[in-house]
Design a binder for this molecule. Structure first.
Ligand SMILES: Cc1ncc(COP(=O)(O)O)c(C=O)c1O
Length: 716
């Protein structure tokens, strides 16, 4: 404990936030003269409304959140300071850009003013973006093949595991029909959904069956073949061949078979664990040759038509891609030489997304190539191998999932509150009367208390914190010995927290109306970063740094790393102060269209949020909401855990009736009915916090007028 005597010789540090405190006298806490830690993160500070704020523009926000890096050509910050979607990519005309805030306002506005009366969190799907992604993939391969005089064509499939949502799959089938685009399934239910969806696909479209298979899976796949689906059974394990042979005999259906090769090429990132010699999936060269021999003996070598491989998701560079595709292309050529009826090389998934916007090959969150460079590298590797071996060029199939569906879906959620520890401690302590504490302070603590106060007064932050921590520890000991009361302990704790507040610039905690486990599970599970940013007020300077904390009672339910151009997002997300405003403050999570919905869990029983589909249309707001799908209610999620909401409701109703019969004067029929209504409406509403935003006040006159027009297009 530094002696109080040293007080006289202590020099004030150059810069110390505690300098802003006065020391009015014994028995009261130091009072902040200016905000304790001005929660600004830009060197030149300045909140909204100051001259510095006036210098801020939408372009600054675009740069800060690196929107051009991860969002081009689909997301921009528009001149109103809102995020806008460019539904047709670079070809989108300025008049076709969709202002996301206009969509959100329409969705959350009450029905009486022409809104949908739905609340955040909200998944907004943009089918136009999905179409643009599919067409971009197709055209990247078409032009690479044309440029390189490739002798066959590209025919993709969508791996439904990336997002099995009915409308996503239906859209892909519809948009892909001109290109004979097909689907890939990895399990029996996925195959069922793929078969049903592909009733509307081109008959030439491939239906690729991956994943481990039993007799039932194989029977279903061969039934699909009999139904004239262009279905290929890809063998993941040697044993599967016997199942295929026996079921095909039983059903009298000649199978079309593929083999999944276990490549030696390895991709070193997080997603590379599926690749390399020790990878989880696929057949070694020895096993592939064994399968060829067996089919040959049975006179069925013509059935082997496809070679499949999957280097791993998020292939970081074209060098790794080239290695893997070349290795596979030579296997393909050898299979042709061995007499197999080879037609297709299926390069699996792996086409990556630049979540960070850095175009880097050294991060799992980025890739160093464009779609065009990816396609050119694949075509070249296959062409070179086939030319060398004198083999006809195969159809190239890809199973790109992430690259197809990530961009089309935007998760919008609202901020519930921002908790700044510094502010809340200040507020709590400001109301405390320290006189009783000082009067009753045990003798041995008086010196410590005076030291804390004195160092604070001098602005010696470091020493006052040391003294405060010491005093706090001693107080706790005394409390445990019964020598200090709870009120005294609380006062000392508050005082100590105040003087040892976190360093300037440490982020506040922003509570969000969302479950990370449901909606951004990969952040929790594998540390996957997604772009997150405010979708409005982007022409105002943000003034707060915050980490995001979700609704679940789990310490992992938080996001504390963000994509940002100034500090790699490690100091929290840049936000605007919003508490003085009555309007809700919305954040968007971008590029989450792949895997997140399928992987999301039910922690704390937060279910699927509301979903709307938005397409570009002519008209004043350039969009129409073509579908509005309510999220899962509490009853829905309870059913998923085998509870029976009707029975639950009846039990609770009986309980209320019992209470009535006990003739408790305070419990009359009216309150019984009202309690029952509360229970019923909770079963029927979404588990998320209900937002007060479903009001007419959030829907401006201008938008109300436009509603009639939009409604012409609305089909919900
Ligand atoms: C066999 C297979 N095909 C396709 C994919 C989709 O990969 P991506 O989303 O990287 O395109 C995966 C995903 O891991 C896969 O395992």
């Amino acid at each position: 404990m530094p002696p109080l005597a040293c007080l006289g010789v202590v020099e004030s540090p150059h810069h110390n936030p505690l300098r802003s405190y006065g020391l009015p006298g014994e028995g009261s806490l130091p009072v902040p003269l200016v905000p304790f830690f001005p929660n600004t993160f830009f060197a030149n500070g300045g909140g909204v409304g100051t001259a510095a704020a006036a210098a801020w523009s939408a372009a600054h926000s675009s740069d800060l959140y690196r929107v051009d890096g991860w969002g081009a050509p689909y997301f921009v910050v528009n001149e109103n300071g809102n995020v806008a979607v460019r539904p047709h990519g670079a070809k989108t005309l300025p008049s076709e850009e969709i202002d996301v805030m206009k969509v959100v306002k329409k969705v959350v506005a009450s029905k009486s003013v022409g809104g949908l009366g739905m609340s955040a969190p909200l998944i907004v799907r943009f089918p136009d973006v999905l179409k643009h992604r599919l067409e971009s993939l197709q055209s990247a391969f078409d032009s690479a093949m044309q440029t390189q005089s490739y002798g066959s064509f590209f025919q993709g499939v969508y791996p439904v595991k990336c997002n099995q949502d009915r409308y996503v799959v239906e859209n892909i089938v519809e948009f892909g029909k001109p290109y004979s685009f097909g689907l890939e399934a990895g399990s029996k239910p996925e195959l069922l959904l793929a078969m049903a969806s592909m009733c509307k696909a081109s008959p030439k479209a491939l239906l690729v069956c991956n994943g481990y298979k039993d007799e039932e899976y194989v029977s279903l796949a061969l039934t699909a073949r009999r139904m004239n689906f262009n279905c290929v059974i890809v063998l993941e394990q040697e044993e599967e061949l016997d199942v295929v042979l026996s079921v095909s005999r039983k059903l009298s259906v000649r199978p079309v078979i593929g083999v999944r090769a276990k490549l030696r090429t390895k991709h070193g990132g997080h997603f590379g664990t599926t690749s390399g010699e020790k990878g989880k999936f696929g057949l070694t060269s020895l096993e592939i040759v064994g399968i060829v021999r067996k089919l040959q003996k049975l006179g069925m070598l013509d059935c082997l038509q496809l070679l499949h491989f999957h280097i791993g998701s998020q292939i970081p560079s074209v060098e790794i891609l080239n290695d893997g595709v070349s290795e596979a292309a030579y296997i393909y050529c050898e299979l042709v030489k061995l007499g197999a009826g080879m037609k297709i090389i299926d390069i699996g998934g792996g086409l990556g997304i630049d979540y960070e916007g850095t175009k880097s090959s050294s991060s799992d969150m980025s890739v160093s190539y464009s779609l065009e460079e990816y396609a050119a590298a694949v075509v070249k590797a296959v062409r070179v191998a086939c030319s060398q071996k004198g083999v006809n060029h195969p159809i190239i199939c890809s199973e790109s999932g992430r690259a197809l569906v990530s961009h089309h879906s935007l998760l919008v959620f609202d901020v519930v509150s921002v908790h700044d520890k510094k502010d809340s401690v200040s507020a709590a302590v400001a109301g405390m009367d320290l006189k009783p504490l000082v009067d009753d302070l045990p003798e041995e603590l008086v010196g410590e208390y005076k030291s804390v106060m004195a160092y604070t007064a001098m602005g010696d932050c470091h020493r006052s914190q040391i003294c405060a921590e010491h005093m706090k520890a001693r107080c706790l000991d005394m409390f445990k010995e019964g020598r200090l009361g709870l009120e005294q302990l609380a006062t000392v704790d508050g005082m100590c927290d105040l003087v040892s507040s976190p360093p300037a610039g440490s982020p506040a905690v922003c509570h969000i109306n969302l479950s990370i486990f449901k909606s951004i599970p990969d952040y929790w599970a594998i540390g996957q970063l997604f772009p997150v940013m405010p979708i409005q007020r982007l022409n105002e300077r943000p003034t707060v740094r915050a980490v995001l904390s979700d609704l679940t009672c789990d310490s992992d339910g938080k996001v504390d790393t963000f994509i940002s151009s100034d500090d790699n997002g490690t100091r929290g997300l840049a936000l605007h102060s919003f508490e003085e405003r009555s309007e809700p403050y919305y954040l968007g999570m971008f590029l989450g269209g792949a895997y997140q919905e399928a992987l999301g869990g039910l922690h704390n029983l937060f279910g699927v949020p509301n979903v709307v589909h938005v397409v570009q249309s002519s008209g004043p707001h350039c969009f129409s909401i073509t579908r509005a799908l309510p999220g899962q209610t509490s009853a829905d999620v309870l059913r998923l855990m085998m509870h029976e909401p009707n029975m639950m409701f009846n039990s609770l109703k009986c309980r209320i009736e019992d209470s009535l019969q006990q003739m408790d004067d305070d419990y009359d029929l009216d309150s019984a009915v009202s309690n029952l209504n509360t229970i019923a409406s909770t079963f029927n509403s979404l588990p998320y916090l209900s937002s007060s935003s479903s009001t007419s006040s959030f829907f401006t006159d201008d938008e109300e007028e436009s509603h009639d027009h939009d409604q012409d297009h609305d089909t919900w």
